[in-house]
Each structure stands twice: as structure tokens, then as C-alpha cells.
Design a protein around this ligand. Structure first.
Ligand code: G6P
Length: 386
């Protein structure tokens, strides 16, 4: 198994560091990075830049449907939350994200003109599979987004996209998460290919996809810094993680990593809800992580940091921000907070880059706290019982 880990100490660590390559594999042969003007064509810019063979025949059905419902558990659910706004903006359909168990508990109304997208790394999760059978019985078009060719979910759905991230062994999902976001983003691009008004935003997203492997590589260079931050946090009881917009999912996913492998209580909090409860937990000693990279909600996140600082939360305030963000850097420097500087990418792909240092943080916390990285207590890689 030392050989299987390719020189790394743990599978989780190997899989985190594999992400420049795994995300490339998700896109390989599916994204035409350069726009090519097609000579002789009536509209030289009308061209296919996203090729998802498994969806091609269903794009029109999905576009003309009532809404898109994403269904998953754990990290796969977070991947759908991270991509939700991208799908809403590009495809112009209502999008819901459902936890499989909750969809079933509520006997959620599903209609025959719905598209239900089942997101699952293993393709075998019992809750997700049961939700799939339920949606099928209601007549919805069922799409799979899985990492496992031939899995139960891949077989039972009507069509789908394989994320091709390569086998994931660590119980805590890492590379599958970033590839799921890339795959759902490509789905949104394919679904909006017929729209002239979406041409500009689509081009920006495709350009962003092209740069992702490099940006992830840059984020991985934060490994040493994340180890140092983990050393400062290792004796703490709890970690609050704030994010909003595209990075609400980043907050939830970072907190899930910290609790599932480092066995430390952690909560991902929508920053917009801060004053409706979570602020009561904030004092001088509460460790807090804020995701405040530059995007449409950056201003609001700066104000969140200010409010946290005003409550004296300075002992362990960590802020994920973009390189060159002097506003956040200045605010943090004057209070002695730690910065985690990540490269900037197009807004909708920031969750892919921003989670990388936080995966590293969770990994190092686990090692320093002396827990089992690849097989956290009480958890299984794939939960195949209801
Ligand atoms: C388990 C794993 C998680 C995973 C979830 C969903 O809880 O420990 O890492 O996110 O199942 O798994 P799936 O294979 O459906 O993505």
C-alpha cells in the first residue's frame, strides 16, 4: 500500500495533491478551450465547445423541463450546492439541491417534467439510490454524475456524466468533490450552448476551466502554511466556518472535512445568517475561518470580518482571500489574523480552488491530533444501507 500511496503518507493526502490531474481528467476531451471561428458557417461563432456524450441526446429535454433537482449525500450534496448558482445563471431554470434522505423523508413532489441529477462518488450510496428509484417512479428524467463506471446509480439513471477523477480511497472525499463541481459546471455549459445571451459568461467559465489545474497547483503550494495553521488549531474544541454565495458550499465542505477526519466540532455557516444566531458563539477565543475571496459577495464578506473583529474574534481568525487583496490583508494584519491567500479564478469556479487549502488544513489537523486519516472512526467510504 506504500506504493499505492505514491510516496504520500495517506490516501487522503495523495488524493488532495492529485487534484490538478484529476480535474484535468474530468475535462479531457470534453472542453474545447480555444474558440475557433468556423469558416463558411452562417454564424461563425455558433459552435460546440462542450461535449458530454452521455447527455447529448437529452439536452433539449432538460432545457425544456420544469426545473433541475440535484440529489446527493455528504460531500456530493455540497458539490451540487457549490454549482447551483452556475446552473441557475446559465440555464435559467429553477434549481433545487436535496439531501437524498430528506427528499425521501418528505416524499418531496417530483414531476415528470423534472430533471433529477444524482450526484455520487461511489454510485452506490443507498439513500441516493433510493431517491433515484423514487424519482424514476414519478417519471422524472434521471441523470447520474458519478465517479464509478458500472455502479448502481450509473446503471439505473437514464443518462449521465462520469467525472473520471480516478479511484478515490480515502473515506473523506476530496478529489471527487472538485471534479463533481467541474462536471456539473460543464453540464451547465452544455445546457446553455444554444443561448446567445449567455455566450460571454460561458466563454469566461470555459476560460476558467482551462486554468483550473494550474490554479489548484498554486493552492497546493500552501501545504506548509496549512500545516502551521493546523498546529495552532490542533488543541481547539471547535471551528466555525463562514461563507456565502458560491462559497457557502466551501464553508459546509471545509467544516465537514474537519469534523469527519480531524474529529473536531465544526460548523459551516451561511454568512448571511450570522446575525441570526451564530454571532452569539463568537468571543475572543472561538476559532473562526472566513472564506472571503473576490466575487459578487466580497463586500459583504469584508463586513462579516469587520463584525467578527468588533466582537474580539482575533485569537484564531483565519481568512481565505485572493492574492493581491490589500483590503482584506490590511484588515487582518492590523488584528494579527492569519491569511490564506489563494489565486483568483472566475467566481463560479472559486469553490474548486478555495477548498484545496482547507482540505490540507483538515488533513494536517487529523495527523497532528493523532487520528486515522483514511478511515475515520464510525464512518464508511460508501454507505450502502438505508
Ligand atoms: C459517505 C462518505 C462521504 C461521502 C458520502 C456520499 O458518507 O463518507 O465522504 O460524501 O458518503 O457518498 P457518495 O459515494 O454517494 O458520493
Amino acid at each position: 500500500s506504500q506504493i499505492m500511496k505514491g510516496g504520500f503518507d495517506h490516501y487522503m493526502q495523495k488524493e488532495i495533491h492529485e487534484q490538478p490531474e484529476s480535474i484535468y481528467q474530468t475535462m479531457r476531451g470534453r472542453v474545447r478551450m480555444e474558440p475557433q471561428v468556423q469558416e463558411g458557417s452562417l454564424d461563425p461563432y455558433k459552435q460546440q465547445r462542450i461535449k458530454l456524450g452521455g447527455l447529448a441526446e437529452h439536452l433539449e429535454t432538460i432545457r425544456s423541463g420544469r426545473r433541475i433537482v440535484f440529489v446527493g449525500c455528504g460531500t456530493s450534496y455540497h458539490a451540487s450546492l457549490a454549482s447551483r448558482q452556475t446552473v441557475e445563471e446559465l440555464v435559467n431554470l429553477p434549481v433545487a439541491c436535496e439531501l437524498a434522505s430528506d427528499l425521501l423523508d418528505r416524499r418531496c413532489p417530483i414531476f415528470r417534467d423534472d430533471t433529477c441529477v444524482f450526484v455520487s462518488q461511489s454510485g452506490e450510496t443507498a439513500d441516493t439510490l433510493a431517491a433515484l428509484e423514487y424519482a424514476k417512479s414519478r417519471g422524472a428524467l434521471c441523470v447520474g454524475v458519478t465517479n464509478t463506471v458500472g455502479s448502481a446509480i450509473a446503471r439505473s439513471t437514464h443518462c449521465g456524466v462520469h467525472i473520471n477523477a480516478g479511484c478515490e480511497i480515502g473515506v473523506a472525499s476530496t478529489k471527487a468533490y472538485t471534479s463533481q463541481i467541474a462536471a456539473i459546471t460543464m453540464m451547465a455549459l452544455a445546457l446553455s450552448e444554444d443561448s446567445i445571451s449567455k455566450r460571454e459568461p460561458r466563454d469566461a467559465v470555459i476560460e476558467g476551466l482551462a486554468h483550473l489545474p494550474d490554479k489548484i497547483r498554486q493552492a497546493l503550494a500552501l501545504d506548509g502554511e496549512m500545516r502551521e495553521l493546523a498546529a495552532k488549531l490542533k488543541g481547539e474544541q471547535s471551528l466555525l466556518v463562514f461563507g456565502r454565495g458560491y462559497n457557502y458550499a466551501t464553508a459546509l465542505e471545509a467544516a465537514l472535512k474537519v469534523k469527519e477526519v480531524a474529529l473536531m466540532h465544526s460548523e459551516g455557516i451561511l454568512a448571511g445568517e450570522m446575525k441570526h444566531g451564530p454571532l452569539a458563539l463568537v468571543d475572543e477565543s472561538m476559532p473562526i475561518l472566513v472564506v472571503a475571496t473576490r466575487d459578487g459577495v466580497h463586500k459583504k464578506m469584508v463586513s462579516v470580518i469587520e463584525q467578527l473583529l468588533a466582537r474580539g474574534a482575533t485569537k484564531h481568525l483565519l481568512v481565505v482571500c485572493n492574492e493581491g487583496d490589500e483590503e482584506v490583508a490590511g484588515l487582518c494584519a492590523s488584528h494579527g489574523c492569519s491569511l490564506i491567500r489563494v489565486p483568483q479564478v472566475v467566481d463560479c469556479l472559486a469553490p474548486v480552488v478555495n477548498i484545496v487549502p482547507l482540505q490540507l488544513l483538515a488533513y494536517h489537523l487529523t495527523v497532528l491530533r493523532g487520528f486515522n486519516v483514511d478511515q475515520p472512526r464510525n464512518l464508511a467510504k460508501s454507505v450502502t444501507v438505508l
